[in-house]
Design a protein around this ligand. Sequence first.
Ligand SMILES: Cc1ncc(COP(=O)(O)O)c(C=O)c1O
Length: 305
Amino acid sequence: MAFYGLAETFDAGDRILTAEAEYAANYVAYLQMAKRRGVEIAVVPSDETGVLSVDALKEMIDERVKLISITHVPTNGGLINPAAAVGRVARDAGIPYLLDTCQSIGQIPIDVEAIGCDIATATGRKYLRGPRGTGFLYVRRALMERFEPPVLDHHAAPWVASDRYELRPDARRFENWENNIAAQIGLGVAIDYTLEIGIDAISERIMALAAELRARLAAVDRVTLRDLGPEPGAIVTFTVDGIDPVAVREALAARRINVSVSNRGSTRLDMERRGLDAVVRASVHYYNTEEEIDALAAAVAEARA
Ligand SMILES: Cc1ncc(COP(=O)(O)O)c(C=O)c1O
């Protein structure tokens, strides 16, 4: 909603800067904007550790850049992009900054003021452990007042005279009249649950578990860890020589260990650059135990093609 709301601020030749690990849903929206408005998508290279290069970003800033839009933590691994450093560049240049926090919300503390983003998108169904089909959007008020949401109804914009509507003054202008209230309540409960445990405690625990899992997997023959960045987060990804990631997932499922597979089409630029078709993804959370980490590493060691 927020990205499409910006459509009218884009002219042909304007640029959207994004990162190599950008998520498909976002990139497809940029491509559609390129088709509709003639914007160019420019991809900021990663540094030698695999995170977005802030130096390269600085070099790419010019008057054509109308939006910086990146994913904080990508779907295909533990990479954590330097969101706050990107925010400082965006602020200095006065460029709107959209951050996709779908994988980072609930995993690491997110402070939109410290990060300096103008728009943050978040989903309920990942590290917040909320219901599917829920999420939330943050838009900085000063930016929100510069554009209209792309879709309006009488909830977002009450019909105040027969020839006029008035946009709501608050974030509800991005909502619709009809909502899945049960799922929204579920999201609220999930957020309360997270806040009760405490995001710092959650983050500390899941980072420790993820580090432990990486250490265990690194010791298994034929396993290659695929996470990027100097301090990777809780999504642990890997491949096993000679075994298709789907077969690894199935072998683990037979032992009641749930992992998923991230495919090239979700983060195409990054996967193509690294010559990867798919990776196995183990997203640890605070309720996982050290025994489960051991069991996972042992099951991977025993997996056969
Ligand atoms: C980085 C990123 N953004 C957005 C999403 C989409 O989340 P949802 O489908 O809940 O909107 C995902 C899902 O994998 C993701 O990894």
